[in-house]
Write a protein that binds this ligand. Structure first.
Ligand code: HEM
Length: 449
């Protein structure tokens, strides 16, 4: 384990002020979630919240964040958000407990080996070209929906070799209904409310059914061709346990749905935010255009271009600092334990917010400013400081995949198009477990070089 970077041995703990009778801090968290959470370090390194009958501790200090995320057997995946997410993703890689995690991660890791990236990048380039092919000068697009369709097509193609059919599968609509459904279910105050025949619940259940059908078709297609394409689905279908048994249909389904969601949501949100940040910072955009004109000269970006696109890469890092899509991560203490010298009972819910850490002025000077060049001068941030991909054993398995996809998409699209959000309608974050923008439109302008 790396030595603690922060020499502090004393960490402060407090209860967040402003809790209401019965509701506690739930209302503040619902009304202005991001500002509320970003303000918590002012009260302590470990800040207790009351959410109705539940208590949760928000870990605000990077050293405690490092400990929490790296001690994954003491602080296991858990908490109310995770429990609801398990209704959809079951025991897939992102939601399984630590006891299952090592085995699953070892099984799936080969699909994310560094050597696989150039092949994936070729698929990404094709899907980016397919997305922009119908664009015309002056078109108005719904940016988050367009980016989401792009990242869904990339995931379906690269991880499930389903590119011929990806466009025909209702993946995009189903994932959307499921993510919204999970978010709403966490916030539903009444026990059993998620079983009522409301339109939202019906949509959620239909989407879950559709996803089962999508997995069934992907697996059936894959088995019909009988070829090992070295993608994630091939790995899943070839996997066997010590007794030579393969994964059950339910286990395969849980992993497919996990990767369809994890592989698409965060990258789509990153791309959507990047377009708003570039539009609001024309000086950075001009420098980006200069980089792209020099390196690409009008052609689409390829994997081998990545080392020559350092500003594009810094734009992605800085977008992820300002808007880390999984902006709040949750864990449960598996036994009575301590963190920063403070007792935590078994079952305690702990929350880590990359958003909170990334907006701390003591860690990132002028934190609200979009400044890709801060990544030129900053030495590697201390562990627990910059955490868009998490940390430790549960760190994102698709970090290089997602970053490559984001850099290729920004480079290829910005080389030929300027995306200008419709003026007078500020882009706001959705109130959800993922820090994604609400739907917004933008005008496409073909660049004259
Ligand atoms: C910009 C893009 C992405 C961001 C910001 C991101 C962020 C994260 C974060 C913060 C975690 C850790 C969650 C936790 O500790 O509770 C995570 C886990 C995960 N991510 Fe990503 N992710 C991205 C792209 C992807 C892609 C492209 C894939 C798949 C192709 C993917 C698959 C996963 C999976 C399966 C996990 C669970 C890993 C485990 O528990 O072993 N992610 N991601």
């Amino acid at each position: 384990m790396p030595a603690p970077f922060f020499p502090t041995t004393r960490f402060t703990a407090a209860t967040a002020p402003g809790g209401l009778p019965l509701l506690g801090h739930a209302l503040a968290l619902l009304r202005r979630p991001h500002d509320f959470v970003a303000g918590l370090p002012a009260h302590g390194d470990l800040v207790r919240l009351r959410l109705g009958p539940l208590h949760a501790y928000v870990v605000c200090h990077p050293e405690l964040v490092r400990r929490l995320l790296t001690e994954d057997r003491v602080f296991d995946k858990g908490g109310p958000l995770l429990d609801k997410a398990r209704e959809v993703f079951g025991n897939g890689l992102a939601t399984c407990p630590a006891a299952d995690h090592r085995r699953q991660r070892r099984l799936l890791q080969p699909a994310f080996h560094r050597d696989r990236l150039p092949g994936y990048a070729a698929g990404m380039a094709d899907e980016i070209a397919g997305t922009t092919a119908p664009w015309r000068d002056g078109d108005l697009i719904d940016v988050p929906a367009t980016m989401h369709r792009l990242t869904t097509a990339v995931t379906a193609r690269c991880l499930f070799a389903a590119h011929e059919r990806a466009g025909k599968l209702p993946v995009h609509a189903s994932m959307d209904a499921v993510t919204r459904g999970v978010g709403r279910r966490v916030l539903l105050p009444l026990p059993g409310a998620d079983r009522l025949p409301t339109p939202g619940n019906r949509r959620f259940r239909r989407a879950r059914r559709d996803l089962r059908e999508i997995t069934r078709r992907l697996v059936a297609d894959h088995r019909a061709t009988g070829t090992d394409r070295h993608d994630l689905l091939s790995v899943l279908l070839a996997a066997t346990d010590e007794d030579g048994r393969g994964l059950s249909a339910a286990e395969i389904h849980e992993q497919v749905v996990t990767f369809l969601l994890a592989g698409t949501e965060a990258t789509a949100a990153t791309l959507s935010w990047a377009w708003t940040l570039l539009a609001a910072n024309p000086a950075v955009r001009e420098r980006l255009h200069a980089e792209l004109d020099t390196v690409l000269d009008g052609r689409p970006a390829r994997h081998e271009d990545l080392p020559a696109l350092p500003l594009t890469a810094r734009i992605v890092s800085e977008t992820l600092r300002l808007y880390p899509p999984p902006w709040i991560l949750s864990r449960t203490a598996t036994a009575d334990t301590e963190l920063g010298g403070h007792h935590l009972p078994a079952g305690a819910t702990l929350l880590v917010s990359p958003y909170l850490l990334h907006r701390r002025a003591d860690l990132f000077p002028r934190p609200d400013r979009f400044d890709p060049d801060r990544w030129l001068t900053t030495a590697s941030p201390a562990p627990g400081t910059y955490t868009p991909f998490g940390l430790g054993a549960r760190r994102c398995i698709g970090d290089a995949f997602g970053t490559t996809e984001a850099v290729l998409a920004i480079a290829t699209i910005a080389a030929r198009w300027t995306i200008t959000p419709t003026p007078g309608r500020p882009v706001r974050p959705a109130r959800s477990a993922s820090l994604a923008p609400r739907p917004f439109t933008a005008t496409l302008t073909r660049r004259a070089r």
